[in-house]
Design a protein around this ligand. Structure first.
Ligand SMILES: [Cu+2]
Length: 112
């Protein structure tokens, strides 16, 4: 009986932790991401909430598991991914957006 109760408590705790994963706002504009650097934990789901203040931009990372995601003015786009490996990833804007496009990056630091 005591073991069953402990098991149920453990499941509840795990459910709470999974639901509490962070959502991070990232605003794209001509020609930068704000913030330009985010830090997230490895092996935990993270949701980015993306929008644009000017221009159409994009985000994509095969290494992080982020599919090509278009970022438009006036709408919020959610993308959830789970980084599998700690490290520093420099993501370039994935949609050609003008003269500042080559230098438009978002740095994602994945901590162990
Ligand atoms: Cu671009």
């Amino acid at each position: 009986m005591a073991a069953l109760t402990l098991a149920a408590a453990g499941m509840l705790a795990a459910g709470t932790a999974a639901a509490a994963h962070p959502t991070i706002d990232v605003v794209a504009s001509n020609w930068k991401f704000t913030p330009s650097k985010i830090t997230i934990p490895v092996n935990e789901p993270t949701t980015l909430r993306l929008t644009s203040a000017s221009g159409v931009h994009g985000l994509q990372s095969d290494e992080l598991g982020i599919p090509l995601t278009k970022i438009s003015i006036g709408s919020f786009t959610l993308v959830t991914f789970t980084p599998k490996k700690a490290g520093t990833y420099v993501l370039h804007c994935a949609i050609v957006c003008g003269p500042g496009h080559p230098d438009m990056t978002l740095t994602v630091v994945v901590t162990p």
